[in-house]
Write a protein that binds this ligand. Structure first.
Ligand code: ACO
Length: 336
């Protein structure tokens, strides 16, 4: 049976660490408020001369090295990001230029916090059909340049960090579904009814002036606007639903899963999901404390951190779920 599997992971975060106390110097917030409401202790912010594809490039090099693979072997690039280098072309094309791998398809996924699950699913489908064999899948975000770092923007600014994670996914012939490494399933969902509950409105053709004009800037439409409570309530409903769908399809129960690597939006969201399913604490791997919400990068960063921490080993069954802007949500179950 032809399936895809993750053969390696990699990650990169820029060196500058911003602690909660550093944010308290820029806006009316506190370490206590941020930790209590989100679990975040610090995040990394990139330097001014850095772009999202630079972060993606560094993570990609690590994943390629860990796969013992030359970049020329890759036959497709997928980059999930909500913070692209430029409006167009996609960040995957800038990554392609930096990697020096012209000719292969380069695809951007704009599914925000669920971007990596969507990207993994797309890679899985291309591999299952036999069209491609070795796909580099990257989640990368440079959020810090797009945050309103003052009192008005504090509800969003404290949540996000910069970073990138990458995996190499390859074709594999699965003989024993119970032991062989492979992606068992992906489940993808969206509900655009909630598109304006978490969004960046400008620039864009939906605006009345030149995609972004004085009015849009005065109204701060180029910064993220979020209805935090609606996001929270939907996340704790939709992520469990996506997991249930995966368990049902694969005839699995919670006990069968060795490790849960969820999207990192808020530690309270993940704690509530773990409680709902009775998942023991040691089976949930969180990284939000160190990196905050790196949106499309949280899951591949979690995978790489878990490998390096010795928590994720070959043959383990992993479940991931994510929820974010769109609203979009989804799950993936894979034997590592
Ligand atoms: N520091 C200090 N006080 C703050 C801050 C801050 N950074 N932000 C808001 N506050 C204040 C508010 O003004 C409010 O004050 P008031 O009571 O005087 O009006 C008070 O804190 C409580 O605010 P709430 O919004 O009620 O706080 P809540 O408990 O809902 O927590 C939070 C807010 C953390 C944003 C929560 O709603 C949440 O995590 N939501 C989910 C967000 C999320 O996951 N977003 C990312 C999805 S990612 C993606 O797709 C891009």
């Amino acid at each position: 049976m032809l399936r895809s599997k993750i053969v390696s992971t990699g990650m990169y975060v820029p060196p500058q660490i911003i602690k909660n106390d550093d944010l308290a110097k820029m806006m009316d917030t506190s370490d206590e408020w941020i930790r209590q409401r989100t679990g975040i202790e610090q995040r990394h912010w990139a330097a001014d001369d850095t772009s999202t594809s630079d972060l993606a490039y560094e993570a990609a090099l690590v994943a390629l090295k860990n796969a013992n693979m030359d970049k020329s072997e890759i036959d497709m690039l997928i980059v999930a990001t909500l913070s692209p280098d430029h409006e167009f072309p996609g960040t995957a094309c800038f990554l392609q230029k930096k990697l020096g791998v012209p000719g292969i398809p380069a695809l951007d996924v704009r599914q925000q916090c669920t971007g990596f699950i969507y990207a993994m699913s797309i890679a899985d489908q291309f591999i299952r059909t036999g069209m491609y064999q070795k796909i580099l899948v990257v989640g990368a975000e440079l959020q810090s340049k797009g945050l309103e770092k003052n009192d008005q923007g504090r509800d969003v600014a404290v949540l996000f960090g910069d970073g990138a994670g990458a995996v190499v996914m390859c074709a594999t012939e699965v003989k024993d579904v119970k032991t062989d490494s492979h992606v068992l399933s992906t489940h993808l969902y969206a509900d655009g009814t909630f598109a304006e509950e978490l969004w960046v409105a400008a620039p864009g053709s939906g605006n009345s002036s030149d995609r972004i004009g004085t009015k849009e800037i005065e109204d701060k439409l180029h910064f993220p606007q979020m209805n935090g409570k609606t996001v929270f309530l939907n996340a704790v409903k939709r992520m469990p639903e996506a997991l249930q769908a995966a368990f049902k399809q694969n005839e699995l129960s919670i006990e069968d899963i060795d490790l849960f690597i969820f999207h990192q939006a808020n530690l309270r969201i993940n704690d509530m999901i773990a409680k709902q399913f009775n998942i023991p604490e040691h089976k949930v791997f969180n990284t939000i404390q160190k990196f905050a919400n790196t949106t499309a990068a949280t899951i591949p960063i979690g995978l790489d951190e878990a490998v390096r921490a010795g928590k994720l080993k070959k043959g383990m069954l992993v479940a991931s779920a994510a929820f974010g802007s769109g609203f979009t949500w989804g799950s993936a179950v894979y034997r590592f």
